[in-house]
Design a protein. Structure first.
Length: 291
């Protein structure tokens, strides 16, 4: 019972820490940092935190072939995710970027049909259709900045959901063999390295910028991923998926309260539809697990 209770506590902590990304991104963009810079610092300092954690338990010594595999996967599922996620926030608003990220379970459902060749139930198809309707509403609303619709912001938001979905099966498989801190040390290293060649540091960093960068890395690049990994060890993956829905709700709340972002009426309809679709998918998987 204690193990299960701690699992729910860990996933709630992960969702809360990830939700802070909406606030921190607004601060860093206002300081003049580009989405690429924010992504790089999040991955590099996150890698450093995980590396120190793993080294303290003497767990970094793994097979070289696995190091290369984790780094290669991290280039796409960490480096790619961080960059397109921040691009979506930059062009369409933090709240819109957050909710489009949570199309990830829809991508997972599609993968199961066309890659794993699993049978797709009516409930899953219904959830996919509801999510697509929600995406359409969100996209035509102009985003949470209520500006002209940004195609770049929409595409990047959907791409972030795709990259996020890639982490689920990979992490679930390799967690059987390696600790969370080991996996994310090498995955975030790969993410940082793939971003580094494209960065141009034009904006001087102020004394206020570095604390925001460090908070981004520690809370959203390290603590959140570590807590997520701990929750996956303790409670079913479907329960983790349900509780992670706290993230877009909290993230949207923060920027609405502190930065005045808001959706139009049709945008809020889309927001609700996407969350409904994710809950439907999670509930279906929960019933399968119970069976």
């Amino acid at each position: 019972m204690i193990r299960v209770s701690s699992g729910y506590g860990f996933v709630a902590l992960a969702a809360f820490c990830w939700s802070l990304m909406t606030l921190l991104s607004k601060i860093l963009f206002a300081a003049g940092l580009s989405p690429l810079e924010v992504s790089f610092w999040r991955a590099s300092f996150g890698c450093l935190c995980f590396g120190i954690h793993a080294a303290s338990s003497r767990a970094l010594g793994i097979r070289p072939s696995h190091v290369l595999l984790f780094m290669a996967w991290g280039m796409m599922s960490i480096g790619g995710l961080f960059y397109v996620f921040f691009m979506s926030m930059h062009y369409s608003g933090a709240a819109m970027g957050e909710i489009l990220l949570y199309t990830a379970p829809v991508w997972v459902a599609i993968f199961s049909k066309f890659i794993s060749h699993e049978a797709v139930s009516r409930q899953r198809w219904l959830a996919i259709c509801i999510a697509l309707c929600g995406v359409v509403c969100i996209c035509f609303s102009g985003g949470s900045l209520q500006a002209k619709t940004s195609v770049t912001g929409i595409v990047c938001g959907l791409a972030s959901g795709f990259c996020y979905a890639l982490q689920y099966p990979f992490f679930k498989h390799w967690q059987k063999y390696y600790r969370t801190e080991v996996l994310y040390t090498y995955m975030q290293l790969g993410g940082a390295l793939v971003l580094l060649p494209f960065i141009h540091f034009h904006t001087p960093y102020s004394a206020q910028t570095w604390p925001a960068i460090l908070m981004t890395a520690v809370f959203t690049g390290y603590v959140a991923f570590w807590a997520y990994g701990q929750s996956m060890k303790r409670i079913p993956q479907v329960h983790v998926a349900v509780f992670c829905n706290l993230e877009p709700i909290l993230g949207t709340l923060w920027v609405c309260l502190f930065f005045g972002e808001n959706f139009t009426s049709i945008g809020w309809v889309g927001f609700s539809l996407i969350l409904c679709a994710v809950f439907l998918l999670a509930l279906e998987r929960r019933s399968e697990h119970a069976a």
